[in-house]
Design a protein around this ligand. Structure first.
Ligand code: ADP
Ligand code: MG
Length: 333
């Protein structure tokens, strides 16, 4: 008798919980040059506001949109920017320092020379790149009050952290609106809020960097998963592939032996900055960097298709389409 009452009470509780959670909605749109998708147990209006927020961040951070904070800064060399832009500059500069310039948010003049900003791709000559090299130095960016100032000719680009920052802001807005379960997928930058409505982990796919489909699927909750890959934006000339992640030391596409870097951690902005930086560093330096840090996990894919993954993440990974046969699991000891 007692047992039956307990079961009925438990069922009642479950039913009332289910009744409390709003229905799940999805919303997809194109922003920051990528296809984005929001999914959450929230009214549609909340997702609409989240899209608005991402669009407003794009209009402040875009390097190609006239009138954005960054566009104005690059045009004049000095500009007052929004608090949000300023905070992101500050955070990005921290990561530039921490990664010893593997991330460098002043690499933009070189990115432009390669045509990555316009799609009119070309291979600049060594003299041209050498001439641009004095302009690339994140240490030359001055933040004072609400104003950012650059040396003459230098340019800023927050493209390596913008989607992560948008992911953090979107997730924060959703959480503040009471969302307990949701997924913010900003094309290569995924932020999980809680777990799936049924309580199981979200399954986040890591794209196969050379073929179709997935290289791995990660079962995670309440973290961000950000991937940088040489396949996101690239062109081919004379049988050589050139991609949009540049090594700030050479101003040429980073050829570190990695073709995909996924960083998993609590902060999407940091994951985004690190995924770009670790791509530039290559496997060995990335492993050293990870051993010194305590706040992220990573999955690296080498040009040969080998997977290098940190131990805690390995326990949450399944491999697809021929990956995982060659596998190295990193541990701290
Ligand atoms: P995606 O935006 O394609 O997901 P990333 O997060 O890796 O990929 O960011 C790549 C963007 O960052 C480039 O499009 C460019 O704007 C910028 N970028 C490229 N190389 C660097 C670098 N070494 N440091 C900082 N920013 C970079
Ligand atoms: Mg990045």
């Amino acid at each position: 008798m007692k047992k039956a009452t307990a079961i009925i009470a438990a069922l009642g509780l479950l039913l009332s919980l289910a009744a409390c959670a709003p229905a799940e909605h999805t919303r997809s749109f194109f922003a920051m040059d990528t296809y984005m998708e929001l999914r959450a147990q929230a009214p549609e209006e909340v997702l609409a506001r989240t899209e608005e927020l991402i669009r407003s961040m794009e209009s402040q951070l875009s390097v190609t949109l006239p009138g954005s904070d960054i566009y104005s800064l690059n045009e004049t060399g000095s500009a007052r920017v929004s608090d949000r832009t300023l905070a992101l500059c500050r955070r990005a500069l921290e990561i530039c320092g921490e990664t010893d310039g593997a991330l460098d948010i002043t690499v933009y003049p070189a990115l432009r020379a390669w045509g990555f900003t316009t799609g009119s791709y070309r291979v600049p000559g060594p003299e041209e790149l050498a001439a641009l090299s004095p302009l690339v130095d994140y240490k030359s960016v001055a933040l004072e009050g609400g104003t950012v100032t650059l040396p003459r000719g230098a340019m800023l680009d927050l493209g390596a952290v913008a989607k992560g920052a948008a992911g953090d802001a979107a997730a924060e807005l959703l959480r503040q609106s009471g969302v307990k379960s949701g997924l913010v997928n900003l094309g290569g930058s995924v932020t999980c809020i809680g777990s799936k409505p049924d309580g199981s982990d979200w399954r986040v796919a890591v794209r196969d960097p050379v073929g179709q489909g997935y290289a791995a699927v990660l079962s995670v909750s309440d973290v961000s998963v950000v991937t940088s890959g040489g396949y996101e934006r690239f062109f081919e000339e004379g049988g050589i592939t050139y991609w949009h992640i540049l090594d700030p030391k050479t101003l040429a596409p980073a050829r570190s032996g990695l073709i995909s870097v996924t960083v998993v951690g609590p902060d999407a902005t940091r994951c985004d900055g690190l995924s770009t930086a670790l791509f530039v560093m290559g496997a060995e330096k990335a492993a050293e960097f990870w051993r010194r840090s305590g706040d992220f996990e990573m999955l690296l894919i080498t040009r040969e298709g080998k997977i290098i993954i940190t131990r805690a993440l390995a326990e949450r990974a399944e491999y697809r389409s021929g990956y995982g046969e060659e596998l190295e699991v990193l541990s701290r000891d």
